[in-house]
Design a binder for this molecule. Structure first.
Ligand code: GLV
Length: 319
């Protein structure tokens, strides 16, 4: 069996795959250019992809009919046309669970960073602008007892809510198609409309997948409904917020600050207005970048790939 792996992943995963298949590994830091990807997957039985690879009809055509499985090294799979894969009998796997805590930690890190103006403060210290202790300097927002609005109350949203409920006694609101009874019981979380969440929350944190309902969900109209003291955090997918509208909301004081681990496009354009704003923290999509998470993702991605090659049920199937 022949597999193409589109980037070096932790050894624990690569070693497993090496026992089961012939590996063609893309060793570069940047993703394979599209033409190279299509050339390299031709004749493969399995492909291990990252979010940077678009897996669509063209991809499946280029791979050929022997392709059995595409294992995505991510929990999100908005880069994959799952319906097309299913139609062609190609199995798709993802890596849920192992990155829940790391991603929740990242969301809370961004909440605190934005609330306490950490990037602005550190930049000033480094630039020699720290003159004295100022009674009115660097005033930020508290977390204790405030209201957190979670959009998408799945595994990660619930983990963020748990940290904030038990850590800072925050009130938890959430917006989701499904009722999360466990979160309601354990965290006193309340399911509300998006409008109520926007108007009531001091922190709004995004934990939904990117789909046709959530794409562009945070546009000017949404930011207008938020409090001027509110903090917006996105660790899910960049296209869920509209970058120019967010920049305007931050510039005009419509909202207080934002913390982003995801942008659209990725990497963010060097001339993005967000990068010039002192009240916007942008990280390079690192929420799952911990030893345990990445090793866990590598193991699941390897198990999915190998099971798919063997025609067995995937450990974490998407279709
Ligand atoms: C990362 O964004 C992932 O979906 O795992």
């Amino acid at each position: 069996m022949k597999v193409f792996i589109t980037r070096r992943i932790p050894e624990i995963g690569l070693n497993k795959i090496a026992m089961a298949a012939d590996i063609d590994l893309w060793e570069e830091q940047l993703p394979p250019p599209r033409a190279e990807l299509l050339r390299r997957i031709a004749g493969c039985h399995g492909v291990l992809t990252l979010l940077t690879e678009t897996v669509d009809a063209e991809f499946f055509d280029a791979a050929g009919e022997q392709l059995k499985v595409v294992s995505n090294f991510a929990v999100g799979y908005n880069n994959i046309d799952v319906a097309e894969a299913t139609r062609r009998g190609v199995r798709i796997g993802n890596t849920p669970g192992v990155l829940t805590d790391a991603t929740a930690d990242m969301a809370v890190t961004l909440m605190l960073t934005a609330a306490r103006r950490i990037v602005e403060s550190v930049d000033d210290v480094r630039a020699g602008k720290w003159k004295t202790w100022e009674p009115l300097g660097y005033i930020g927002q508290d977390l204790i007892g405030r209201t957190l609005g979670i959009v998408g109350m799945g595994r990660i949203g619930t983990a963020v809510a748990r940290r904030c409920h038990f850590g800072w006694q925050m009130n938890i609101l959430y917006h989701d198609r499904h009722t999360n009874e466990e979160a309601e019981r354990e965290l006193n979380a309340r399911q509300v409309s998006l409008d109520e969440l926007l108007t009531q929350s001091d922190f709004v944190s995004i934990h939904t997948d990117l789909n046709e309902t959530t794409r562009g969900m945070f546009h000017a109209g949404a930011f207008e409904k938020m409090k001027p003291t509110a903090i917006f955090v996105n660790t899910a997918r960049g296209p869920i917020h509209c970058e120019s509208d967010l920049a305007e909301a931050l510039r005009s004081g419509q909202i207080f600050a934002a913390g982003l681990d995801v942008t659209d496009p990725e990497p963010i354009a060097p001339d993005s207005p967000l990068l010039a704003l002192p009240n916007c923290t942008v990280c390079p999509h690192i929420a799952s970048a911990t030893v345990a998470s990445r090793n866990g993702m590598a193991e699941i991605a390897a198990d999915n790939l190998i099971a798919g090659l063997r025609g067995e049920p995937l450990r974490c199937p998407v279709n």
